[in-house]
Design a protein around this ligand. Structure first.
Ligand code: GRF
Length: 221
């Protein structure tokens, strides 16, 4: 298949906050480095900056406030209904701060992506930057992975490393990592959109090769 025969893929992007990763997708699509369109941006929180970014780019937005639901399953089901209305090829968790249940994850398995601000499998969950500092790690980073039912444990597609510098606090380290997140997340999804990346029973495969357990190692300047 050559590049010209690839149909642009439709993305649903889920956010909870600032949406700087969402912005990286908007920019990558606009500068034609990502063959995709954003069908919908969904936030579980009203009034977040990411919604403004989407509206400014002319993208359909939806708010599904998790506080309006009696339990996680009810929220997940409504979220699925909302997403499926837009028939996306991929669902992109971009700073979406809700844990999704097994039914949701299974429904989108193989086309559900997340970015996590640590060098997984280190530091799943929250407060990753502080944990890296407290552990005295000399490097930290971000990982893009397929989502599976276990939290932050899906096959890793790509990682970018950054140094931890003397006197770093969680904010300075987070800022350094975020710059790399904006590079690796659209790149991983580009591979998917080009039909080069698939989730298999043995792990993530890129161009027919099983990726190492730590994913493709992104070299940045
Ligand atoms: C990112 O660090 C992401 O890895 C984490 O939450 C942050 C979201 O940032 N899960 P933004 O909303 O994309 O600016």
């Amino acid at each position: 298949m050559n590049a010209h025969s690839i149909q642009p893929k439709k993305l649903a992007i889920l956010i909870s906050g600032g949406g700087s990763n969402l912005q990286a997708f908007i920019d990558a699509i606009q500068n034609q480095s990502l063959p995709a369109s954003i069908a919908v941006v969904i936030s579980n929180k009203p009034d977040v900056k990411g919604l403004e970014r989407a509206a400014k780019a002319g993208i359909t937005t939806e708010v599904l406030d998790h506080k309006q639901f009696k339990d996680r399953n009810a929220f997940d089901r409504q979220l699925m209904t909302l997403i499926d209305r837009h028939q996306p090829d991929a669902v992109i968790l971009a700073g979406f701060m809700r844990i999704l249940g097994a039914e949701f994850v299974t429904h989108y398995l193989g086309k559900l992506f997340n970015i996590h601000p640590s060098l997984l499998p280190k530091y799943p969950g929250l407060h990753t930057h502080q944990q890296a500092i407290d552990a005295g790690d000399r490097e930290a980073g971000a990982s893009v992975h397929f989502v599976v039912t276990a939290l932050d444990a899906g096959p890793i597609i790509i990682q970018a490393k950054v140094p931890v510098i003397a006197n770093d606090d969680a904010d300075t380290l987070a800022k350094r990592i975020l710059e790399q997140e904006h590079r690796i997340y659209p790149l991983a999804v580009k591979w998917f959109c080009e039909n080069r990346l698939v989730l298999t029973h043995t792990g993530a495969m890129l161009d027919g090769q099983l990726l190492p357990s730590s994913g493709f190692q992104f070299q940045h300047s």
